[in-house]
Design a protein. Structure first.
Length: 53
């Protein structure tokens, strides 16, 4: 997984969720696995929210 692309997408606000500042602050200190897991969790939340409405 390219964490720099993920960081760019998150920090530049290209996602449709209200992401917390700590994501950008801690992105470089987190392992690729943590970032991938976090991304998957939030994708699941976005999907759930979409279907719930």
């Amino acid at each position: 997984m390219d964490t720099s692309a993920f960081e760019h997408r998150v920090c530049d606000g290209e996602t449709d969720t209200g992401l917390l500042d700590w994501v950008c602050a801690h992105m470089r200190s987190r392992s690729i696995e943590d970032v991938a897991q976090w991304d998957q969790v939030h994708r699941d939340k976005r999907s759930s929210a979409t279907y719930a409405q």
